[in-house]
Design a protein around this ligand. Structure first.
Ligand code: PHE
Length: 421
């Protein structure tokens, strides 16, 4: 449940629609699914193996598994990258908080496309508002981590996840009747392979890792808390499938609205915030549905943000023997400060915010991910891997270790490096 919570989040609801919108539709979807299955899944399993066998966060587990080597450095970089991800994640979650406020104040009622755009622009031009959202979300995440109430959150997700699923389904059904659905389905499901460029490749890879919460070692710590790892392989398959389904549902919820109102699918980070209020505003009880939707968004974001913070906190506790409280404050203050800097530089021509998203998801995530897989392939014996994953078929074991040793890391590195030139 915790890993499913880490995987499903703003990556599916906010990032996937904007990525597929910017990368031309169907062809991106196919690449995303392909990369999730052949690269993301082994990556996820590798993190489970490191954390489960080495019993710790990525750094401490690798240190234990390969004491004399400098491999642990990957764990360190991974933890830094988790903080980098949190720094922009928290800003987007902050936007969801602000939109929750709008829904509560009934601001979506009978909204026209233009006013929806204005609503978003107003938020963008108010650093104070963004600062409040960002700060609240950081505080909320650290409070959960510090109080150790993740378990309660995970239990709640048994209700919240299906609720999110149903609400997305409701928006999709409404879309079916209000127009734009056929166009959206064509956009999402008819691949135009001429649209595939190096950028589309890289974006799809980054999205596959990001959406699964895999690549930076966040999942190691989750596996280390497991007493019994039976069924892990099967559960990973369920997580991967659920993650893809939620992303597609988010696409089917957003794109009919885009086409119905003649908006641009390539609007970028603002896409869901400019479209969802339009659909909600046109519905009876739209504000109540809006409140429910943004509460569920925040919930999904929180179960992901705790996975971004938990591993670096565990690192400080273990390696520097700091208290849970101190570690939590130190760890959350880094992404908070970074986020404040992005907000202050919001209209700077360098486009710092978008650059950080690109660096953290498309470059660092695949590179540290490749190193983690490589480490598992070469440094943890075939027998240990087979035992941990409880695999019996010799062929499968051979195939998996070969994949982990050569194919997966090489592909990850090639795609992430290729696009830089
Ligand atoms: N997978 C999360 C989401 O989709 C984000 C995340 C990325 C979490 C990397 C942990 C590590 O929202």
């Amino acid at each position: 449940m915790a890993t499913l919570g880490a995987a499903v989040g703003l990556g599916n609801l906010w990032k996937f629609p904007y990525m597929i919108g910017q990368n031309g539709g169907g062809a991106f979807l196919i690449l995303f699914i392909l990369f999730t299955l052949i690269l993301g899944l082994p990556l996820m399993l590798s993190e489970f193996i490191i954390g489960g066998v080495g019993k710790g966060n990525s750094y401490s587990a690798i240190k234990k598994l390969a004491p004399q080597s400098s491999w642990r450095f990957i764990g360190f970089v991974g933890n830094i990258n988790l903080l980098l991800i949190m720094s922009f994640y928290s800003i987007i979650a902050g936007w969801s908080l602000i939109y929750l406020g709008h829904a509560t104040l009934n601001h979506f009622d009978a909204l026209a496309a233009e006013s929806s755009h204005t609503l978003f622009v107003q938020m963008m031009s108010s650093p104070i508002l963004m600062l409040i959202g960002h700060t609240l979300f950081c505080v909320l995440t650290s409070w959960i981590i510090y109080r150790g109430v993740q378990k309660g959150l995970e239990r709640a997700s048994k209700i919240m996840m299906p609720a999110l699923f149903l609400l997305l389904l409701l928006i999709i059904i409404v879309n079916l009747f209000q127009g734009g659905f056929a166009q959206a389905a064509t956009f999402l499901f008819t691949p135009d392979f001429s649209k595939i460029t190096g950028k589309v490749f890289l974006d799809a890879l980054g999205q596959a890792c990001f959406s699964l919460a895999a690549g930076a070692g966040a999942l190691c710590i989750y596996a280390s808390y497991l007493k019994d790892n039976s069924g892990l392989t099967r559960q990973s398959l369920i997580i991967v499938t659920a993650n893809i389904i939620i992303a597609i549902l988010a696409g089917l919820a957003i794109f009919p609205i885009v086409f119905r109102h003649g908006l641009s699918p390539a609007a970028g980070t603002s896409l869901i915030f400019e479209t969802l209020p339009l659909a909600l505003g046109a519905l009876p009880f739209g504000n109540i549905l809006g409140i429910a939707l943004f509460v569920l968004f925040l919930f999904a974001a929180l179960t992901s943000s705790i996975s971004l913070i938990e591993s670096p906190v565990a690192f400080l506790e273990k390696e520097l023997s700091l208290s849970r409280r101190r570690s939590t404050v130190m760890v959350t203050s880094i992404p908070w400060v970074l986020g404040v800097i992005y907000i202050l530089l919001w209209n700077h021509p360098l486009g710092v915010f978008d650059k950080v998203i690109h660096l953290a998801t498309n470059i660092l995530l695949p590179l540290t991910g490749a190193s983690l897989v490589f480490f598992v392939g070469w440094k943890i014996g075939q027998t240990k891997i087979a035992n941990f994953l409880q695999l019996r078929s010799r062929l499968l074991i051979k195939l998996l270790t070969y994949g982990l040793k050569v194919i997966v890391p090489l592909t990850l590195i090639l795609i992430s490096i290729m696009n830089q030139f």
